[in-house]
Ligand binder design. Structure first.
Ligand SMILES: *Cc1c(COP(=O)(O)O)cnc(C)c1O
Length: 477
């Protein structure tokens, strides 16, 4: 039974027609589609109705009052719902984790040059598969093939949707129903369900693991070769290091072996860098050009890891093999789209000058950022908070190591500076939750019960936004 009071309330809920007439007089609703307004009004009034009936059944104190069903209050709720429904689901966030190539946060932010290329191509037609010189059908890869070959020294190049696709496609082309020899120390899981043994199986190859987890010599490869062997595969140990009593065959040794037995050699580089990081006081990481020089027949790597571009899988190598990969029907299923291709061309052009690339490609700029620069940003944040004179907030600068992420430079420790932020009456977990709910969301991490923002991955213009989010949270607590 519904009480008389609540029956009265139910009757007083404003009618949909009246609400529609009223909202049309308000600016906010002028450009909102009518169907969206009507469905939002229905949802809000329905929720109020259910709440009135439920409060009765549960007899709790959260009763809907006359105030809640006044026209203005209802319209405010409708507006809130419409804002929620029209805000994009995929949105810009601030990365305060210090992980530069963060797979969950979209990996590499694009350079201005890449973004401009997308803007130029996106809204119109393009010569995506049209050869303008000859006036006939062209190849999708033409926009980037020459650039990639110039940077890496490879004979030929093509691009697909991502590196996982590149590996799948390459193995399917050269080793379907045939044996693929790989070191047991390189049977990698990258994360997100990408495991090398599974990819080999899915591409129709028969995995033949050789050696042991920590030691594999070139003899192990040689002993495993038989008439059904089609590929010697080397995989980059992207996200781990095997240290201690270890041994592995170099790409050069494997290439030599492949030549002797006339077997194709492939290297999955994972990240694949065009830059020699040892020039920036970091550990030496073999470059893509090094692998080409070593003589691999096929080399695959990602577009959005150390390269700093859009999601893509790049396949380079010997002309005849790349040619047969192009002809594989799977290529069509894994093809790269025009926006990605435009962005990829934009970033590749920056590599014409390595110093410029490191300056203008955000991923590289963040990875090689001098400690002094990070310190400057952290200091600016701390001064900003201090100037608020809010005694509920305290900030302490803490030295930590940030990570390259994305299965890149696994053993590299990048000295960085974090702000350890505390707010009175809030735990680190509560601060983390509230920062994640901020607009825009700010993602940090927790260490020793302290919420941390690592300034390696924070852009200068984001410092103020983070400060304002923290101040807002403190004020609302
Ligand atoms: C990251 C990685 C991949 C997968 O690349 P995506 O571009 O993410 O598909 C494959 N192999 C290795 C060794 C990797 O590090």
């Amino acid at each position: 039974m519904i009480t008389k009071d609540n029956q009265k309330l139910l009757k007083k809920i404003p009618q949909t027609d009246k609400l529609i007439q009223s909202v049309y007089k308000r600016d906010f609703f002028q450009n909102i589609p009518k169907s969206l307004i009507v469905s939002a009004i229905r949802k809000v009034t329905e929720d109020i109705r259910t709440a009135i009936i439920n409060t009765e059944q549960q007899q709790n104190n959260n009763k809907i009052t006359e105030k809640d069903i006044e026209q203005n209050a209802v319209i405010a709720k409708v507006k809130e719902l419409i804002i929620e429904k029209t805000t994009p689901n995929l949105k810009r966030i601030i990365n305060g984790t210090g992980v530069v190539i963060h797979t969950n946060l979209g990996r590499s932010p694009l350079s201005k040059e890449s973004i401009l290329r997308i803007l130029d191509v996106a809204g119109g037609y393009s010569n995506l598969e049209f050869n303008l010189d000859e006036g006939k059908r062209g190849l999708r890869y033409q926009a980037v093939e020459e650039l990639i070959c110039e940077i890496t020294g490879a004979e030929a190049a093509m691009v697909v949707n991502n590196n996982a696709g590149a590996v799948l496609l390459a193995i399917e082309t050269v080793a379907s129903q045939k044996e693929v020899i790989t070191s047991r120390g390189e049977l990698v899981e990258i994360g997100g369900m990408f495991r090398i043994p599974d990819i080999i199986e899915k591409s129709g190859g028969i995995l033949k693991g050789v050696g042991t987890t920590n030691r594999t010599g070139i003899k192990d490869y040689e002993q495993a070769i038989n008439d059904n062997t089609a590929l010697l595969l080397k995989v980059h140990k992207s996200n781990y290091d095997i240290i201690g009593f270890t041994k592995s065959a170099s790409l050069k040794e494997i290439v030599y072996l492949g030549k002797q037995y006339n077997i194709c050699v492939m290297e999955d580089l994972g990240s694949g860098t065009f830059i020699d990081f040892s020039e920036f006081k970091m550990k030496y990481e073999p470059t893509v050009a090094d692998s080409v020089k070593a003589g691999a027949d096929i080399i695959t790597f990602s577009g959005d890891k150390l390269l700093g571009g859009p999601q893509a899988g790049i396949i380079i190598g010997k002309k005849d093999i790349i040619q047969s990969i192009r002809k594989n029907p799977l290529t069509r299923a894994l093809r790269i789209d025009k926006l990605t291709l435009a962005a990829l061309e934009g970033v590749l052009r920056l590599y014409a000058d390595k110093a410029q690339a490191v300056r203008k490609i955000p991923t590289l700029a963040m990875l090689t950022a001098p400690f002094e620069y990070i310190k400057k940003k952290a200091g600016k944040f701390k001064r900003g908070i201090n100037s608020e004179k809010n005694s509920d907030i305290s900030v302490k600068l803490i030295e930590t190591n940030s990570k390259a992420g994305g299965g890149s430079l696994a053993s590299e420790e990048l000295l960085s500076l974090c702000a350890g932020i505390k707010i009175n009456k809030l735990t680190a977990g509560q601060i983390e939750n509230k920062m994640r709910a901020s607009k825009p969301p700010v993602i940090g991490r927790i260490e020793n019960e302290t919420f941390l923002i690592d300034f390696r991955t924070v852009a200068d213009e984001e410092i103020k936004i983070i400060k304002e989010a923290i101040v807002k949270i403190a004020k609302e607590t």
